[in-house]
Design a protein around this ligand. Structure first.
Ligand SMILES: [Zn+2]
Length: 471
């Protein structure tokens, strides 16, 4: 199986690519438009410098060669949401070429997925069709939104690798801060080209394109289905038709959408309204100087600096917001137990509450405070978890909650000794039985003493005291 993936990433620049209209998302149709992005004849596009910077960042983040000179072309097609009837894109001279993205597979091995090219282009608008009135509407807010299209070689062999590649690429774009990469909003859209061939055949088979699937899981499902469909067709001697197919996630089948146009149909030619794009050494130096640490180097650093396992480092580095939380937590309280709290309790709570880590009420400083209280013997682990759950739901400060609810551990030996004495005085017959050989009563005594402290006793100290009194 040969799989190549094209990803469109919406850049989160302030203004659009060729005009000064706002690039912010809005629900009000046709709010952020002007004669340039609405495609009036006779207007002149002016390239947004930030788009070039972001594209160069994306290129460096995917180990590409950055073209000193690239140019814009017109790609012609008719669509109601593209009034000027051509899309401005880069055809023969894209801004980046020959890169690669490293992916990590489930068995821990890594693989290099080569990037053929990255080019800059503008997005089209959106059509909506009303089932009730039979009318169609055109919303041009999205026209002129800057996109980069990232195209791989056909290095991907199966659904697992496709998912790993998309996750790795999205993480890189998030780290770079060039896009929100929100798949539901369409900021990160993947088209998957898939073909099959016999093992001994060097020639690629006819490919089908799976278009705009907005979840990693669905993309994996669609690849598995499509591979099987094509293999069956080839085995039955049928010809694969080059076409675009949609994934029906409800019925779990891919369906034909349209036959693919050949390249010639687009009638590409250089856009005469736009100058060549030059990436100067100064621009390159500026981008390099502000370049953030990428996921793979961060993975290695975390493992070494914080003694994380591959598994732990992989989870944390796969999400930028999670690395920021982790960094803040380590700055407050660097310890293995803090990492464990993050991976077990914080991630668990996020899933349960369906909130993002930025919205989470137990901030890194509050979590560090809780862990410190446990280590200092102020509260035990069980109480810490209760306070954690409470803050996660209602907010609040750990120190105040512990104080106001009287959750402090009964830590002094005197207090505990009195409790132990009391428990023993109430159960003289059990003490006799223990001394007669019923060793498993030890656990009962510890439990009874803990209960008498309402769960706030220091378990280690209690055990020591029970042992002392029974001997
Ligand atoms: Zn505009």
């Amino acid at each position: 199986m040969d799989i190549g993936i094209e990803v469109h990433v919406q850049l989160n620049t302030k203004s659009k690519i060729f005009c000064s209209c706002s690039n912010a998302q809005t629900q009000v149709p046709n709010l952020n438009i002007c004669p340039i992005c609405a495609g009036y004849p006779g207007v002149l596009p002016v390239l947004n410098k930030q788009v070039v910077e972001f594209a160069v960042m994306a290129g460096l983040g995917t180990n590409c060669e950055i073209s000193e000179v690239s140019e814009f072309d017109r790609k012609h097609y008719f669509y109601p949401d593209l009034p000027k009837n051509y899309q401005i894109t880069q055809n023969d001279f894209p801004i980046c070429r020959n890169g690669y993205v490293m992916i990590r597979l489930e068995d821990g091995s890594t693989k290099k997925i080569r990037i053929n090219r990255i080019h800059i282009e503008e997005d089209a608008g959106k059509n909506t069709h009303s089932d009730y009135t039979g009318e169609s509407f055109v919303d041009l807010n999205r026209t002129g939104t800057p996109l980069i299209e990232i195209v791989t070689e056909t290095d991907i062999d199966n659904a697992e690798q496709a998912r790993a590649y998309l996750k790795a690429l999205r993480t890189i774009m998030q780290y770079l801060g060039v896009s929100t990469c929100n798949m539901e909003e369409g900021s990160f859209r993947a088209d998957t080209n898939l073909s099959v061939r016999k093992k001994d055949s060097a020639e690629l088979g006819t490919r089908c394109e799976l278009k705009n699937i907005n979840s990693f899981k669905f993309i994996g499902d669609a690849i598995e289905y499509e591979a099987e469909r094509q293999i069956l067709a080839v085995m039955n001697g049928e010809k694969i038709v080059q076409e675009t197919r949609l994934w029906d996630s409800k019925n779990r089948v891919s369906v034909s959408m349209r036959k693919k146009e050949g390249m010639a149909d687009y009638r590409f030619f250089t856009d005469p309204d736009l100058a060549l794009v030059k990436v100067t050494p100064e621009l390159l130096a500026h981008v390099q100087a502000n370049f953030p640490e990428m996921p793979f180097p961060k993975f290695d650093r975390y493992k070494q600096q914080f003694n994380l396992s591959d598994y732990e480092a992989e989870i944390i580095t796969s999400d930028l917001a999670l690395t920021q939380y982790f960094d803040a937590l380590m700055a407050c309280h660097e310890s293995k137990s803090a990492t464990n709290w993050l991976l077990r309790d914080v991630l668990g709570a996020l899933k349960e509450q369906k909130v993002t880590i930025e919205e989470f009420k137990v901030t890194p400083d509050k979590l560090a405070m809780l862990i410190k209280f446990v280590e200092d013997g102020v509260i035990n682990n069980k109480v810490a978890k209760e306070v954690f759950d409470l803050i996660a739901k209602e907010g609040g400060n750990p120190a105040e909650i512990i104080e106001s609810k009287g959750l402090k551990q009964i830590g002094s030996a005197d207090e505990l000794e009195a409790i132990v004495k009391e428990v023993f005085a109430q159960n003289p017959h059990l003490v006799e039985e223990y001394k007669a050989g019923k060793q498993n009563l030890f656990g009962f005594f510890v439990g009874a003493c803990m209960k008498a402290t309402h769960g706030n006793g220091d378990p280690k100290l209690l055990q020591a005291l029970v042992k002392k009194y029974l001997s």
